[in-house]
Structure formats: C-alpha cells, structure tokens
Design a protein around this ligand. Structure first.
Ligand SMILES: NC(=O)c1ccc[n+]([C@@H]2O[C@H](COP(=O)([O-])OP(=O)(O)OC[C@H]3O[C@@H](n4cnc5c(N)ncnc54)[C@H](OP(=O)(O)O)[C@@H]3O)[C@@H](O)[C@H]2O)c1
Length: 257
C-alpha cells in the first residue's frame, strides 16, 4: 500500500534510538523526508546520513528553548512541516506514594511541555495547508496505569488529554491527532527497566523478561519496526478519518478492549 506521504516533511522528536528511530525509519521508507533528533547530535547526524534526504539535529527537549530550536533548525531547511511525531525520553520509575513535587515538574517537563511547544510551532502551518498529522508516543499505562511508574502514568495521561482536546479543535482543518501506545517494545529503555526490576526483585534479568513475556498474549516483546509501521499508517493519506484515537501496539498486554 502506498501511504501517500512521499515528500512530506516529518519531524520525529527523540529519534536517535528505540521507538522514535523505528518510526522515523518507517516514515522514510514511505518517502517522507525525516528529521532525526535527540541529545546525541553526532548520532542524529550519523543516522540521518544513512537515510536519503534525512537531516539530523541535536536537541535537548527538556531545555527551555529545545523544542523551538528544533523547529527553527528544520524551518531553515524546509518550508513546511507536515508530520509531527511527539516522542521523548521516559521518567524514572517510582511509586505514587513517594512522588514529590519535583517529580511532577520533571514529568511535565518531559512529557507535556516540549510536546505542547512543538505543536504550537507546527500547527498554524498545518491548518493553513489543510493537512497535518500529529502522532504522539504514549504508553499502555494510559489505559492501565503501570506499577512503579507513577510519574510516567501522570505525564502521559496529561499528554493524552492535550491530544484528544486538540483533535476536536483541528479535525475540520485536515489535521489529525492520535497516539500510539507501546506495551513492551524491545528498546534500551525497556532493557534498563528490566535491569532495575531484576535488581529490586533479586532476580536475573532474563527471569524478569520471561515473566513479562508470559503476561503478553503474543508471547514476546514487540519490535520498533512493528511500532513504526503503525505510526506510519497514522501519518498516511488513508488515515485521514482516524483522529482523537489511541492505538495500542502491545501484543494484547492490556486485558480489556
Ligand atoms: N519501549 C516501550 O515498550 C515503551 C513502553 C511504554 C512507554 N515507552 C515510552 O516511549 C518513549 C520512547 O521509549 P524507548 O523505549 O524508545 O526509549 P529509548 O530507547 O530509551 O529511546 C529514547 C529516545 O529519546 C531520546 N531522548 C531522551 N531524552 C531526551 C531529551 N531530553 N531530549 C531529546 N531527546 C531525548 C533519546 O535520544 P538521546 O539520548 O540522543 O537524547 C532516544 O532517542 C519513552 O518516553 C518511553 O518511556 C516505551
């Protein structure tokens, strides 16, 4: 299926590894001109050099000017941004009982503020051109809050509220807003979380991973390619009538519809 996004400019935040990289590669495979970004500037440029037409930009999304710096750098090279993928790093684990005001600030600074700033910059152009795709990476924790990830659960719920409200406001302008929710996609972050869980529980990492896989009906972790393909479809022409939705890519992990 041709997704009809050849030549569209796609900014993928936090795309030097993991899920963001999987999405950027899937969009590039469909002919989009992708922007790879992350704090590791040299890695962003290295990855971009392997993808025709791609550019790599170093940015820390949590710095006060980070999101605007990213868009400024893209706009210096391209007239329009058609697809905005909102990905980010994840907050550190912790319980709700131990959550502090500082943890809340960090969660918002990671999962809501940069996303809102990026949207603010690209939305006017999308509305004017009557075409845009905003896709945010969430978490299965939005549907079923995850134990020991209180800051993540809170920040992502807030982002979900932002995207759903926005979807209602801009649907008639040809701009769609959706979220893709990972369960356990095999990335560096999941490996780190598994290692921390193994330490906490006094188990081998493989035992923790086997326990996680046993709770997933498909019986394994997902790949960044599977995740990227779903996001790329949401960016397609064919997905014009999908907005305000959340698609779970979790191998059936969440036990309800
Ligand atoms: N993997 C899963 O199954 C899963 C499940 C639920 C939720 N999530 C969430 O999905 C998101 C992506 O997860 P992942 O597993 O792909 O993580 P990952 O492998 O650790 O990748 C995180 C990406 O974010 C970038 N990044 C981190 N902090 C940044 C910052 N301040 N500014 C700019 N870029 C930043 C990193 O690049 P640099 O180091 O170059 O900055 C990297 O490219 C995270 O928010 C994670 O919590 C993932």
């Amino acid at each position: 299926m041709d997704l009809g996004i050849t030549g569209k400019v796609a900014v993928v935040s936090a795309s030097t590894s993991g899920i963001g990289l999987g999405i950027a590669k899937a969009l590039a495979a469909e002919g989009a001109t992708v922007v790879i970004s992350g704090r590791r500037e040299s890695l962003a440029k290295e990855i971009a050099a392997t993808i025709p037409g791609a550019i790599g930009i170093g940015v820390d999304l949590t710095s006060p000017t980070g999101p605007n710096d990213l868009i400024d750098a893209v706009e210096a090279m391209h007239d329009s941004i058609d697809i905005l993928v909102l990905n980010s790093g994840g907050p550190k684990p912790g319980t709700a009982a131990a959550l502090t005001d500082d943890d809340l600030t960090v969660a918002v600074n990671l999962l809501v503020r940069p996303q809102r700033q990026l949207i603010e910059r690209v939305l006017p152009g999308m509305r004017e051109r009557k075409w845009g795709r905003i896709i945010a990476v969430g978490s299965s924790g939005i549907v079923a809050p995850l134990s020991n990830l209180a800051a993540s659960n809170i920040g992502r719920a807030a982002l979900s509220g932002l995207l759903k409200t926005l979807a209602n406001e801009v649907g008639a302008d040809g701009v769609t807003c959706n979220m893709v929710l990972p369960g356990r996609i095999d990335t560096d972050r999941i490996q780190q979380l598994d290692s921390l869980a193994a330490e906490r529980q006094g188990k081998a990492v493989e035992a923790v991973r086997d326990g996680s896989k046993a709770a997933i009906p498909v019986g394994r972790y997902g790949t960044i390619e599977e995740f990227g393909a779903t996001a790329a479809f949401l960016a397609s022409q064919q997905a014009a009538y999908i907005t305000g939705s959340q698609i779970r890519v979790d191998g059936g992990l969440i036990p309800v519809y």
